[in-house]
Design a binder for this molecule. Sequence first.
Ligand code: ADP
Ligand code: ZN
Ligand code: ZN
Length: 732
Amino acid sequence: MIAEVIVDITNSEVDKVFDYKVGNLNVEAGSRVSVPFGNRKIEGLVISLKEKSELSDSKIKEVAEVLDDFPALTNECLSLVNYISDKYKVSKAAAIRLFLPAEMRRGRVSEKQVEFVLFNEDIAFEDGLKLIKASAKKQIAAYFELNDRKKLRAAKLRADYGNSAVKGLLDKGLVNISKVRVCRLPYSEMLSQNKNVNLMPAQERAISSVNDTDKTVTLLHGVTGSGKTEVYLELIKQVIQSGKTAIMLVPEISLTPQMFKQLRGRFNELCAIIHSGLSAGERFDEWWRLRSGEAKIAIGARSAVFAPLENVGIIIIDEEHDGSYESESTPRYSTMDIALQRAIHNDCKVVIGSATPSVESYMLAKKGEYNLIKMPERINKRPLPEVIVADMRQEIRRGNNSFFSSALKEELQSTLQSGNQAIIFLNRRGFSQQVMCRECGYVAKCTTCDVSLNYHRAGDMLKCHYCGTNYKMLTACPECGSVHLNLIGTGTQKIVDELIKLFPNARIARMDNDTTRNKEGHYKILQAFASHNADILVGTQMIAKGHDFPHVTLVGILDADMSLYFSDYRSSERTFQLLTQVAGRSGRADDKGKVVLQTYSPSNPVLRYAMNYDYEGFFEREIALRKATDFPPFALIIRIMIEATEEQDAVDTLKEVFFALKEVHENERQQFLFFNKMKSPIKRLKNKFRYQVLMRIKPNNEELRKRIYEVALACKNDKSIITIEENPSNLS
Ligand code: ADP
Ligand code: ZN
Ligand code: ZN
């Protein structure tokens, strides 16, 4: 037998399949092996076995060692490796890495084993007893206990009866020692914490709809607090009862510990967590529990889509609109894409849920490609929070220059007085700055792209990140002529300082990227707030996600329009989603909730739709705009980024890529909606010069898409790096 092995080396030059003789080792497709490579030994993965090699026998070396006693990758995972490396044009070694916990490579983790002492059943108890001297009281007592229990932890036995008693029994062959693998079980305090509830009719209907539809994907569009979680839990329960397994994806597990709590609390050890915040050993053990079939439910952020489960019965993607489902490092896979591949392979359903579905998903649902379920009401018909709009332009005219409108101050006051909690949300994304008119709220936009311009200090100019056009910095507002132009951007600390002045007795917690570099930090702040150890939580995007804080009755959104003007074609969509999600944190239990939404542009249609909870209206407007401007889902944006330490190298490669693609462009002009080369908005990053070719092509043209990848990647050289992104949410 010959094993075809992918060796674990990042260098793409060796992304080749190597043949090795198997000898009499127990090697399967998917096994991790150690193989001789050059004059050293390295790790590799067997992707298939074959009878014969095309190479002459003397040239083929032998597999040195099989690293695990089970194949690490299932057949399904192996076929996904091929799919990913072909679709995203990455090496197979890089694709394989997605499926293995990092700890597993280079033997950085060891299984935790515990010694057990086992009663030897081959010798009858009475016969055994005769072999022990009557004076060896402790040996006899230990032997009695082992006869009763059959198996005891060696450490415990030694502690109770002494080392020599155990040794005595061993020497006489009355007991055996065996090592048993035990798994470290993270978050065990959450076990059995979640009780079953009686489902509401809307939840029952949703579950039947998923089971009855013949469509693979179901989109569950349920407002915040409509009880989507119980729908997921019931679907998982049914799948487990039928002997299958389940994958549950959440945007960012450390920010949404509640979903994990619910699953662990309901399904106990059957549920394994895939989470970068775990210790190396825990991570490996949870992976192993899934691989060995001991655990049947995987929950985690996007990487959990690679969970080593067999016989998958359902894949659930919660908060499907969330940007974290797009990978930001190579391979830049789309989680939904992988989920669909797995669904096809396992013949199972995919359920995606959100209060604010992505425009792409909702369009597919409306077209009938996805099954669409709506849950338009909150549990127990609790009302959605009332939205109070505060026009910050008027506040300024009235002489209020603080961050807080008078409405928000009043509402905060009464919330604190009634002993409830409040969330103050700052709408911030990225670090780019926009120019805004303080009098009328106008924001400088690109004339052809309908995205806002970014201010560049270097050169004091405005730049469109989509088409590369530069504009002179404005001296006056083109709408109202005012010269009061502002660059927008403030930090959370300033907000907290002002809050302390206003409410000296309130306990204030703050959560943003500055306060919490590590993920455990996020969890702690959220826990503290959940157990009412703080009255006000101030934070950015990361507090918007699916938290269920029952005592929160007020949400203040300081700058609702802020994210409208980021240079992302999705900025309207992101704003709508954010506002709806943050508003949804208010009034989730018995007390009614309120939202104060502060804005400089109260008549902006996106804000109006958000404050009226009108998803449908928002969607219709947005999809029409996308169509008119040739943006996704009516186009596929492809960005080819070229980075090099020497500027000239980047420019040279850029030219090469551009001219190679120009040929493709000229042959298929009608398939291109946009095509150009330019410097990147951030010209130099981490000591590298960055240039890019940016294009928009008609969607669903897989042939052209692959062609572009191939042509661009063929220009690879050792002086520059080429990376390709699709529909990037950040073009800086
Ligand atoms: P969503 O995920 O749609 O925002 P959740 O799943 O968090 O909503 O549910 C909102 C609230 O309603 C939660 O506090 C949850 O415990 C409660 N809930 C959900 N389903 C039921 C039910 N069938 N009976 C009683 N309470 C429920
Ligand atoms: Zn103006
Ligand atoms: Zn433009």
